[in-house]
Design a protein around this ligand. Sequence first.
Ligand SMILES: NC(=O)c1ccc[n+]([C@@H]2O[C@H](COP(=O)([O-])OP(=O)(O)OC[C@H]3O[C@@H](n4cnc5c(N)ncnc54)[C@H](OP(=O)(O)O)[C@@H]3O)[C@@H](O)[C@H]2O)c1
Length: 202
Amino acid sequence: MKFGTIGAGTVALAFAREALATGHQVVLSSRRGPESLASKVAELGRGAFTATVEEAASLDYVLLAVPWPNVEDALRSLPAWNGRVLIDATNPFIEYSPKLVLADLGGKGASEVVAGLAPGARVVKAFNSIVTARFNEGPIKNGGRRVIFVSGDHPEPTEFVKTVIEGFGFVPVYLGGLATGGRLQQAGGPLAGRDLVDFGSP
Ligand SMILES: NC(=O)c1ccc[n+]([C@@H]2O[C@H](COP(=O)([O-])OP(=O)(O)OC[C@H]3O[C@@H](n4cnc5c(N)ncnc54)[C@H](OP(=O)(O)O)[C@@H]3O)[C@@H](O)[C@H]2O)c1
């Protein structure tokens, strides 16, 4: 698959490294434009490209990895989604320092808000609940495999994202749709930030 990314920071680069290592291609984009990403793409190597946000977002599978306060701006003026897939890795923090502050979403799930800002996109929530430093340590921990949660209302792209995660070596765990499963894994939810490991069967 050739993935687009909206955002090219910690999360998008971590995703890109795994995607490239497992035979995918990645087109990174960010607010400051393709030129600002030249060195990152060179470092990632073969299969990594950079483009405008509009170009990256026109691919079939697009990872959203920008800070929450920038989500609306990032999703504005993009090509019509027409069923293309938006993998939502964001968390609804409006402040990171000196302490984490969650946005008031008026009772909505964060990925439901994202879906509302990307009409026509099939949104799959993934990669948001694992701290990227843990993700970067790799899938194996204490002889088990780290878990990555997936939520979505559309079976086909949800299954595909699970396959991608499995390809990375992690264990994908489907939590249900955006309204229920999304809330479980989003920041502030009971599964957020947990470094869970699957030991399989004895
Ligand atoms: N870090 C973690 O451990 C972690 C784990 C899971 C989920 N998350 C969530 O994932 C999201 C990204 O986190 P991060 O740590 O990767 O952030 P980050 O390192 O600060 O990177 C943010 C990226 O978003 C880009 N960006 C900002 N506004 C944009 C816009 N309007 N259009 C296009 N690109 C834009 C930035 O581009 P410029 O540099 O050009 O401004 C930058 O490349 C956040 O919602 C965070 O809560 C983080």
